[in-house]
Design a protein around this ligand. Structure first.
Ligand SMILES: Cc1cc2nc3c(=O)[nH]c(=O)nc-3n(C[C@H](O)[C@H](O)[C@H](O)COP(=O)(O)OP(=O)(O)OC[C@H]3O[C@@H](n4cnc5c(N)ncnc54)[C@H](O)[C@@H]3O)c2cc1C
Length: 264
């Protein structure tokens, strides 16, 4: 069970941030799905639902997704589909069920850098940036490399509209289980980005494979070779969903599939 000492419903991010840094025991509440798992006592719960960061805005060169946007809105947005195809939908449709996706938020998901996160794998492939209320704009790639957590609010995720094609592949033991591995691939001006998530640690880019595949014609042979490069350069681990060796093997297949899908 989760219990709150105090509960605050701020009307702005400024009010939320001031309260957040004023108390060590303060905790932001997005959808609350993860926080409510297990027993937890939160001194000050700061509910972000009234801070005005629930939106998906299409600008001239990028799309902005507010931190309180639900995974379901993220999944079904026509703006995101028109600009990026099915990669966004494919990265969230396996998460439990519509009820949970109606509640869980993209801001909490990205900020928390969960190793199993499917949307992070997709967003990393799409070269997304994040905007932190205090820390400003940084690339997701850099944010994922940071060792410490900043005490900040994830205000929005920003995706540039220059993506030509993108794809998401994953393998799970059952439809709604956590992923054993996830792969995101995108193409911008002939350059490919390959992200590998649920390794089981947080998603990272496969730089050597990206360099290789961006300089050759993509076909069955080169996509196979890129998959092999990924399996060698990425550090995989073992957990109760899959072994390091298994992840290494399936990475070859998922990368090849995603590359062939993206080059079509
Ligand atoms: C049973 C279950 C199964 C799941 N399976 C999957 C899965 O297969 N794949 C997958 O990708 N995800 C999965 N998830 C995770 C889910 O997609 C969300 O990432 C998770 O629920 C967090 O979203 P939330 O809005 O509920 O966060 P909350 O529980 O509200 O918050 C989580 C953390 O983020 C912080 N936080 C909240 N909002 C912000 C913000 N805007 N800025 C900064 N910090 C913030 C909170 O303080 C807290 O520390 C699963 C979740 C559950 C409960």
């Amino acid at each position: 069970m989760i219990t709150f000492g105090d509960y605050l419903l701020p009307k702005s991010l400024d009010e939320a941030y001031s309260a957040f840094i004023s108390k060590r025991s303060a905790r932001l509440i997005g959808g609350g799905c993860f926080l409510r798992m297990g027993n937890r006592k939160i001194g000050l719960a700061i509910d972000l639902s009234q801070t005005g960061i629930e939106y998906i805005n299409e600008l001239e060169e990028e799309v902005e997704i507010g931190g309180m946007t639900s995974l379901r809105d993220f999944e079904t947005s026509q703006i995101l589909k028109n600009n990026f195809g099915n990669i966004i939908e494919d990265s969230v449709k396996h998460i439990i069920g519509v009820q949970l996706r109606n509640i869980a938020t993209i801001g909490a998901t990205v900020y928390s850098r969960y190793g199993f996160s499917d949307p992070i794998t997709a967003l990393l492939a799409l070269d997304a940036d994040i905007y932190l209320y205090k820390g400003g704009r940084i690339s997701l790639e850099e944010y994922l490399k940071e060792k410490d957590y900043r005490k900040d609010i994830l205000e929005k995720v920003i995706i540039k509209k220059n993506i030509q094609r993108a794809d998401f592949q994953t393998i799970r033991n059952s439809a709604v289980d956590y992923a054993i591995l996830s792969v995101g691939v995108s193409r911008v001006n002939g350059k490919y980005r390959i992200s590998i998530g649920a390794r089981p640690r947080a998603a990272i880019l496969a730089y050597e494979a990206m360099e290789y595949i961006s300089n050759v014609e993509v076909n069955e042979d080169t996509a196979t070779k890129a998959g092999e490069l990924v399996s060698e350069e990425i550090h995989f681990g073992t957990n109760n969903r899959g072994t390091c060796e298994y992840r290494k093997e399936i990475s070859k297949i998922l990368v090849k599939r995603a590359l062939l899908e993206v080059q079509r």
